[in-house]
Design a protein around this ligand. Structure first.
Ligand SMILES: Cc1ncc(COP(=O)(O)O)c(C=O)c1O
Length: 394
């Protein structure tokens, strides 16, 4: 059969119909599987016969989600996980052992930073952070025992970018892998493997569900890595995705491109409108000409994405902005059909030491807004009302 293009992949990739011939994907809400004979059970456990064994190892609905996402990304393979953090943590652990070194961007989602700064060192894994997007700083920070470079671009919540190809080249020159957390961009906006990334992780809780219903995650890479190095973590430590959540995520993928493209168009229009209003000290959006890396953004992203961040100068102004919103909800999630706004310094990035937080540009005045599917006109008026409220206290 002809290979699916991305739009078709999102609807039909991985579809495995049961003998009933259902139109929609079936939910196989089962923990276990049965075997015709004892010999068949033995053969399946030995890997001599294909088939499912136990849903901690794999499940047909989960597999449909994995195949659909892997096909979209252009990855050889994917494993689904119970959350984005399960994909990040197990993905990192699968790459390293005691004595190895992990090099990461300091601008990371709070829990990713916590794992690298606090958890991995407890198990004898060296970790260090790079403060800037400058590839020469990454190259200088490489050590002989560096096994994995970890980054997110655009970063949450500053929307600072990192040149994927440049960092992939540095990783490979040092015999290391590049692992990219692509949750903020989504595979619609950016495909890191096209720029040399070896492993990509997602919080599927974000754009892939995109309707605020369930948690999920995924790790995508080549078969050799996933089957030999990652699979033991999945099988024996149990971060597996529930079949019900996999079904929600499969249905989420069907509308992913439509949602993310429309949300990104609205985000760009609103970013221009907020800049013109003048009520924010700075507006961060990768496709704005005022973004210091907008040339890089246009070379590795197909749009600026669904997030806009604003610097309102102070915590009082940021809180006045949030409390004046009438349509946009205050919530720390992102990528949802509903527009959501958060104050990272007191929520998602609260666990970062203050000095680290300030070093990466997350001041008390920073607000991150995830743009949803509401009308640009109503969202624009909500922003203007809230910006006026912020201006009144600053
Ligand atoms: C960039 C990034 N990575 C990872 C995660 C974690 O994903 P989850 O909440 O699905 O565990 C998040 C969640 O906010 C995120 O923003």
């Amino acid at each position: 059969m002809e290979e699916f293009d991305p739009e078709t992949q999102l609807i039909r990739g991985g579809l495995a119909r049961s003998p009933f011939g259902e139109t929609s994907e079936a939910i196989y809400l089962t923990s276990g599987f049965v075997y015709e004979t004892a010999e068949a059970a033995e053969a399946r456990f030995k890997g001599e016969e294909p088939g499912y064994i136990y849903s901690r190892y794999g499940n047909p609905t989960v597999h449909m989600f994995e195949q659909r996402l892997a096909g979209l990304e252009g990855a050889e393979m994917a494993y689904a996980t119970a959350s984005g953090m399960a994909a990040v943590f197990n993905g990192l652990l699968a790459c390293v052992k005691a004595g190895d070194h992990v090099l990461a961007s300091r601008v990371l989602f709070g829990s990713c930073f916590y794992i690298i700064a606090n958890l991995l060192p407890r198990y004898g894994i060296e970790t260090s952070f790079v403060d800037s997007a400058d590839p020469s700083e990454w190259a200088n920070a490489m050590r002989p025992n560096t096994k994995v470079l970890f980054l997110e671009t655009p970063a949450n919540p500053t929307l600072a970018l990192i040149d994927l190809q440049a960092i992939a080249d540095i990783a490979h020159a040092g015999g290391a892998r590049l692992l990219v957390d692509n949750a903020l961009a989504s595979p619609v906006v950016q495909k890191p493997m096209q720029f040399g990334a070896d492993i990509v992780v997602y919080s599927a809780t974000k754009h892939i569900d995109g309707q605020g219903r369930c948690m999920g995650g995924a790790i995508l890479a080549d078969k050799a890595f996933l089957e030999t190095e990652f699979q033991p973590f999945l099988r024996h430590t149990g971060p597996s995705l529930s079949p019900f959540n996999a079904w929600v995520l499969v249905k989420g993928l069907e509308t992913l491109a439509l949602r993310v493209e429309r949300q990104s168009q609205t985000a760009l229009a609103l970013a221009h409108r907020i800049e013109a209003h003048g009520g924010a000290r700075h507006v961060y959006y990768p496709f704005l000409e005022s973004h210091p890396q907008h040339v890089l953004a246009r070379s590795q992203m197909t749009s600026g994405g669904t997030l806009v961040s604003l610097d309102l100068g102070s915590k009082a102004a940021a809180f006045a902005f949030l409390n004046a919103l009438e349509i946009i909800d205050i919530s720390n999630n992102l990528g949802d059909a509903k527009s959501l706004a958060t104050h990272p310094a007191t929520t998602t990035h609260r666990t970062l030491p203050e000095a680290d937080r300030l070093k990466i540009g997350i001041g008390e005045g920073l607000v991150r807004v995830s743009i949803g599917l509401e009308s640009e006109a109503m969202l624009g008026r909500d922003f203007e009302r809230a910006l006026d409220a912020a201006r009144a206290v600053s």
